[in-house]
Design a protein around this ligand. Sequence first.
Ligand code: GLA
Ligand code: ZN
Length: 683
Amino acid sequence: MKKFPPIIKGMPVMLHGGDYNPEQWINSREIWEEDMRLAKLANINTFSVGIFSWAMLEPEEGVYNFSWLDEIMDMLSKNGIKAMLATPSGARPPWLSQACPEVLRTGSDRRRSLFGGRHNHCYTSPVYREKTKKINEMLAKRYKGHKALGLWHISNELSGECHCELCQEAFRNWLKARYSSLDELNGLWWTAFWSHRYSDWSQIESPSPIGERDLHALNLDWKRFVTSQTIDFLRNEAAPLRRLTPDVPITVNMMGFYSGLNYNEISKEEDVVSWDSYPVWRGDENDVRTAAAAAMSHDIFRSYKGKPFMLMESSPSVTNWQSVSKLRRPGTLLMNSIQAVAHGSDTVQYFQFRKSRGGAEKFHGAVVDHEGSENTRVFKEVSAVGSVLGKLSQVAGAAREADIAIIYDIESQWALEDSKGYKQDKKYLPTLIDFYEPFWENGATVDVIDQTHDLSGYRLVVAPMAYMIRPGFAEKAKLLVERGGVFVGTFLSGIVDESDLCFLKGAPGPLKELFGVWCEETDCLYDGEQSMVGFKGKAYAASDFCDIVHLQGAKALGWYEEDFYKGFPAVTMNEYGKGQALYIAARMEKAFLSDLFDELIRSLGIATPFSGKLPYGCTAQTRTDGEVEYVFIMNFGTKTALIDVEGGGASMLTGKAVAGILELHPMSLEIVSRPVSPEKRKI
Ligand code: GLA
Ligand code: ZN
């Protein structure tokens, strides 16, 4: 049996908790005591504290007050609650911005902000780095060895970019390290276009609406720099923590589908990945797509490290920033929470525990309402989540094993979305979800990785809209197929290299040989316009993009049935080594993707929890420790579903045997444990 170690040392259980901001109630100590009583009732075992506490910890420059946090930490440990202790850099006290305006962020319009808000520091500012390092060091010294200290939560949702002079200089230095000369940069950035050739490094400025914004290679490098500088800032924050508390793991809470940073790179800096998930549950049939999208996000965050992650934030009820603060239907919270666990989370945490009385988030859902008691619907639902998590301790540390990978590449996304041409809205993320859905409906485990990831462990790799091909990716894809794997690509692939320069000699660039096709042109359809494709005796609708391809070794499996490219291949397959490469030349309707992938799953013998597809709206996701597998069967649909739990198992919710047909009501779930069959015991 192999399991990953618990996220917090000595706590091999599911963690349940959330953001806790007792400093907002510093003058009402009776509330702190009451919080401990309520936390116990809600089955809570962790709290994230200190996230925005800088002004309370250092009310004036150099004047520190840790006494309230000492009290909180002691209170937590007395009550058996672990602290995910935050560094406070997510928001600054006013005195700091007043004394050193360089810590304030400058926008792409070159205007420096005034003090206010949060998540808006300059990550290059030496002053800000010095101050954050200092306060982090004080926190680490003070709470090193404290019984409550379980994990470091660095800053909060690192995001955004700064365009101040310090950042411009850092950007130029970063470019000097990346390129051997200005000539090289000019060549790769294609600056001969519109006479933008630089004759001195000092002429280079970050992209701006009032300046350069059309040099796509500059835009790309700027985004890479923003990630690199954010990492540099993060390392500066982490240094004292790593030095003084080497055994305490570090995390940085990230945001789903946030495209401002390359999270794959950020994740390398953390010991455990965590993210904040806020899907919009509407209580109608849209929830099926929402569930698939949330499932894919969980798989993205799990795949960064290939081990259990943390659901660092989620709302116990509403958010205050979605267009409508729709109440979640009863039972939705449990689904939202356990879905994360099904995809590999070892925690369920909320924003936040006690609802703020004032400020911008006073109407955001919280475990404890302004009303203050345990007698609310939300509180009871949270407590029920806690009691289910209490039954899942065995699952903590269990892995997910995927035969399938979907490629979600942020650098390719940056370049694709920045490109001018084809159609304005390229729909990269919706496309990824479209391709993910058939696997989700079959309960097949999917890793969602970028092009830098190793591909050798997979049997099926799907790379939708791989517009940019990063160095080494084509070679890995070829190796996968040579050895017997299947690689699936689509329209708008293999167009540019990592400098955003178009490949010469035809698309799909370095993947041309693998696919055995040459894409000569791409027809872009108006919104609402459709074309038809015939495939295996059926006709399917195509929209948005129709690549016109020539066979160069591949054979056609499907053909366009309309327009001047009628009779041209629309789906192709190339035998390459022992495997196959499939090219889907047009954006095909969902039924096509389902038919194609349902069949591929069966023909490749990819493991799924049950032999058939699940009823609409349902999925079953698996975690395993090598000996036992835990199957999370969930119905996100609006109709009661009947699911054949082949082979049966034991319900982890009731302890009773589950066999035969399981009846699952809308927004409900069952968790079944069963022994792993001997042939599947690979870990
Ligand atoms: C983010 C932040 C939290 C809070 C929530 C509200 O995830 O990290 O501080 O503002 O949003 O949904
Ligand atoms: Zn700056």
